[in-house]
Ligand binder design. Structure first.
Ligand code: UDX
Length: 461
């Protein structure tokens, strides 16, 4: 099938590349010329394991191209994905201006033939109908310019726009986005048009059949076919549930700390109940990233628009905000006064295997430590090497863990990067003044850290 993906951010690029890999002809569009140049040269603007290899092979096979030309993309495709960002506004509402601009742009370039317009961006509930309206506005604008250009009532200038809108939320995690796309738990498609849903099913058939999955013997991937609003709600509800699950276990961890229980054992004990499940029960310094904070706030905001106070979701957010600063409490308990102390952060990104710093707990931690007069150093396997550190203020980014440890009063594990499990903690302990390590992800081997000479402090552990 002929597919166009508009917006080559995280979601758009992964979607475009993976759809090309399963056999479709894909045009990826971005209005950032530098980014398009980079991608045309076979380079990915984001860090995602496996993505650049896949992108290069699809380009070589002639099934994937990049351009800034929206008209070209719209007119040469049957399915158009809108995958531009919907960042949170200061009040928590999503900023849909990029979706609006793209929908209008699609309208002004629609040519003959039926097209499916897919909302892949996480948009407020009700956006499906709104996108339809904006596309039609775009069509009307083009009609006006044609008439203004002297077409008059001539039927050659009459534009017939035949399209339907589908909501197709994505559930991919950063760091395993390619894997998640080929091994989905389910595919959600929402539309009020049967024809559009049929075309989408055809598009995803290779994924439903698990042709590209790690385990091809599993039963077909369940398709969840819904109306537009329900599909949009599924995305918010899934992310809000997962975020709340983490806040729940963090609250349990804080109570464990007080009563002397171990949250890692508690999580195992409750998670084995199949109604609860073991995943997303890892206590730590809280959730961050580009999705959870934005989506939970947007759902709270939507509920508020309808006069409903989403108390449980608000509590999940406030537990998360407090959780980020639990590390400060623990440092104060160990070191007493933080003014004049040096704290070394192991990890900066909001989770491992990504270069994403959006809403990373490390940012709040750095700010608070600075406010309390501590000096902050950090080492992160990706941020330290990528030159991204230039964007970070009030933190000295070191190039390796030993330089980080040198002269610190305490180390804090912020991100559970795999390589942190295998550092030479014996050597690091000789470099840290007060041999304290706060494990913000309950990730390290406590016994090994203690054998290396550290005093180990976990989160409810
Ligand atoms: C998330 C959803 O998982 C994905 O389905 C959606 O499409 C986008 O948002 P992502 O933001 O990539 O994906 O991160 P995820 O792996 O879900 O982790 C989110 C945050 O929760 C991270 O900060 C992580 O460290 C934290 N987390 C996760 C925990 O603190 N404990 C856990 O048990 C799991």
């Amino acid at each position: 099938m002929r597919v166009c993906v508009i917006g080559t951010g995280y979601v758009g690029l992964v979607t475009g590349v993976c759809l090309s890999q399963i056999g479709h002809n894909v045009i990826c569009i971005d209005n950032n010329e530098d980014k398009v140049k980079l991608m045309k040269a076979g380079q990915t603007p984001i860090y995602e394991p496996g993505l650049s290899e896949l992108m290069q092979s699809c380009m070589t096979a002639g099934r994937l191209e990049f351009t800034v030309d929206l008209e070209y993309g719209v007119q040469n495709s049957d399915i158009l994905f809108i995958a531009v960002g919907t960042p949170a506004l200061p009040n928590g509402e999503s900023d849909t201006r990029y979706v609006e601009a793209v929908a209008r742009g699609i309208g002004t370039h629609l040519n003959d033939g039926y097209k499916v317009i897919v909302n892949k961006s996480t948009v407020p509930i009700g956006s499906g109908d709104w996108v339809r309206m904006i596309v039609l506005d775009g069509v009307a604008e083009r009609q006006k310019t044609l008439v203004g250009a002297g077409g008059g009532g001539d039927e050659t200038t009459e534009i017939t726009a035949q399209f339907d809108v589908v909501s197709n939320p994505e559930f991919l995690r950063e760091g395993s986005a390619v894997y998640d796309t080929f091994n989905p738990d389910r595919i959600v498609l929402g539309s009020n048009s049967k024809k559009a849903l049929e075309m989408m099913q055809q598009l995803y058939q290779p994924l439903v059949d698990r042709t590209f999955a790690e385990d091809q013997n599993l039963p077909p991937v369940p398709l969840v076919l819904t109306d537009l609003n329900s599909a949009e709600m599924i995305k918010y509800a899934a992310n809000s549930f997962l975020a709340t699950k983490i806040s729940f276990v963090n609250e349990i961890a804080n109570i464990c700390d007080r009563v002397g229980a171990d949250v890692t054992q508690v999580a195992k004990g409750i998670g084995l109940d199949s109604r609860i499940g073991t995943k997303f029960l890892q206590a730590g310094l809280g959730w961050g990233g580009s999705c959870f904070p934005k989506d939970v706030s947007a759902l709270i905001h939507t509920a508020d628009d309808y006069g409903y106070d989403a108390e449980l979701l608000k509590a999940a957010v406030s537990v998360n905000q407090r959780q980020r600063l639990i590390i400060i409490e623990k440092l104060q308990h160990e070191l007493k006064i933080l003014k004049g102390k040096v704290v070394g952060l192991l990890g900066l990104t909001f989770k491992p295997d990504t270069d994403d710093m959006r809403d990373a707990p490390a940012l709040d931690l750095i700010e608070q430590l600075n406010r309390l007069g501590a000096k902050v150093k950090a080492y992160d396997p990706i941020v330290s090497q990528s030159g991204m550190s230039s964007g970070l203020s009030h933190v000295i980014v070191e190039t390796d863990p030993e330089r980080l440890a040198d002269g610190c009063d305490a180390l804090v594990l912020v991100t559970d990067w795999k390589q942190f499990a295998h550092l030479d903690y014996g050597k690091l302990a000789t470099l840290v003044n007060t041999k304290i390590i706060i494990d913000g992800r309950n990730y390290l081997d406590r016994e090994a850290a203690e054998a290396a000479g550290f005093r180990y402090v976990g989160i409810g552990h």
